[in-house]
Each structure stands twice: as structure tokens, then as C-alpha cells.
Design a protein around this ligand. Sequence first.
Ligand code: SF4
Length: 300
Amino acid sequence: MDTASLREWFLTHQRDLPWRDATTTPWQILVSEFMLQQTPVARVIPAWEAWCERWPTAQDLARASLGEVIAQWGKLGYPRRAKNLHRTAQAIVENHHGAVPSDVETLETLPGIGTYTARAIACFAFGAAVPVVDTNVKRVVARAEDGDADGGHWGAREGLERVDAVSVAKTDDDYCTTQKALMELGALVCTARNPRCDECPLATDCQWRARGYPMSEAVLPRKQAKYEGSDRQARGVLLGFLREHPEPVHAEELLSMWSPRAQAERALESLLADDLVEEHGLDDSRQISLSWQPAHGRDE
Ligand code: SF4
């Protein structure tokens, strides 16, 4: 793969994302990676800016209450990430003198940080020469190198090895820039459904293009999991209701916010299991509140 051309393309075409600014700290890059795990870039930008203004460091976030953290997370979705981010801030303060660890192994011990996020932080925040492999990156490498429409069939280890193999460079800086460039190319040019090969720096040697774009199951339109009517939506409705009620509400009143009843109960059970809400009393007097409400002496 012509990674030199790829890096050159990246340096002139990359999006102006705020967490790529030279003044952004490793902690703020870590925050961006948590937010980007399941939320699109356009929605993350304003949320990340507001977050970093309110809590610029891990110490600042560690001091905040879980209630403040979840409220600030707002509508980014999957609020478990906010909880993990809060716990990660506390772990960094307690175990790492307030500094984000720079090596993959230590990063992977922090709450909410797995294979991808650990490598993204090590590479983007510290310039480490480690492969950063997401769906977009796998797709670009599978197309350009193998002539396959998608790399979705690669297991985690194979993905890391394949991306590492094409990224070998004289300097860590070049290796790291290649990771960013692969990701950006997959997001902007070599997209799943409409690759813009005439704008691609890898077009000359791209195997998928040379073979006439053979399709695979992996790129056929897949059914998106529907949000409307899903358990996720039910959880969101119950959480939204509780956010508007600082005092505990009767469980029946809360469950009546969603229909069908069985799904409302399932959503409530999962919120309890995730420690996002808590219950008081039993049976007819059962009441529910957000876990972090000061009236119950937690996190305040
Ligand atoms: S030439 Fe087309 S298919 Fe090949 S890597 Fe570039 S955008 Fe993707």
C-alpha cells in the first residue's frame, strides 16, 4: 500500500476536528474517544467542547458527581459510557497521579476502554506506533490490498495484524499518521456504499477497483437495528422522565410512561442492573429515582 501518498492526502484533506488541535490534551482526546464510540462526529463536536470547558482535566471530572456527569452527557446516548468515563477519571486520579497512561496495556485496565479505544488513545494522544482498527480501516485495507469489498470477516487479532503489516514505517510519527489517514479515508472517501475512487490516493494499486468491485455479503445493505420501539428507546423515555423529577416517583407511574408494559419492565430492570436508577420500598410503595439524586446521599 502506498502509505506515503495516503499520508499526504490526509495532511491536506483531513477534517478540522477540535480534538485534533495541537493544544488538546491526552485526557481530552480520551474523552473524544469515549464519545465517538457510539455517536457520530457531528453530534460529538458540541458535546465534547462543552464537556472540556466544564471539566478540562481528569481531576475535574473525578470531583464531579455521577448525577452531573450523566446530565451533561445528555442525549449522546448509551449513558453507560458516561459512567465509565467518570470511573476512568477517578482511576486515573487514584492510580496514575492524574495523568492518562500512554501504553495500551495500562489503558486497557481502565473502565470502558477496550482494544480499539486503548490503541486510539495511545496513537492519537501519545504518537505510539500501534494499529488502530475500526470498521472503516478494515474496509480500506481489505479493498486496497485483498480486493475484498469489506474486512468485516477478520477477527480482532487478524485485523490488528493486517493493519500493522500495511503501516510499517520508518518513524512512529509516520506509522501513527497512517492510522489517522486510513480512518479518515474510510470515513470520507472509501465509504461502505459509495466509494469515491477518483479522489482516492490509493486508486492506482487498489485491488478491489482493479477487479471491478466484486460485492460481498458484508457490503450488501444491512438492516439497521430500529430505534423506534426498541428497548433502548424505552430506557431513554424512562430516564428522561426521571430526569424531570428530582424526587423518587412511584414505580407504576414510571412504568406507565412506556407501552407495552413488559418492555417497560424490561427497560427498568436493565436500568437497575446498570446502576443508573435505584429503587426504594417494595411492592405497592416501590419508588424509583435516578441513582445520583442528592436526596439519597449518593455521589453528592
Ligand atoms: S480506490 Fe476506491 S475502493 Fe479502492 S481504496 Fe480507494 S476509494 Fe476504496
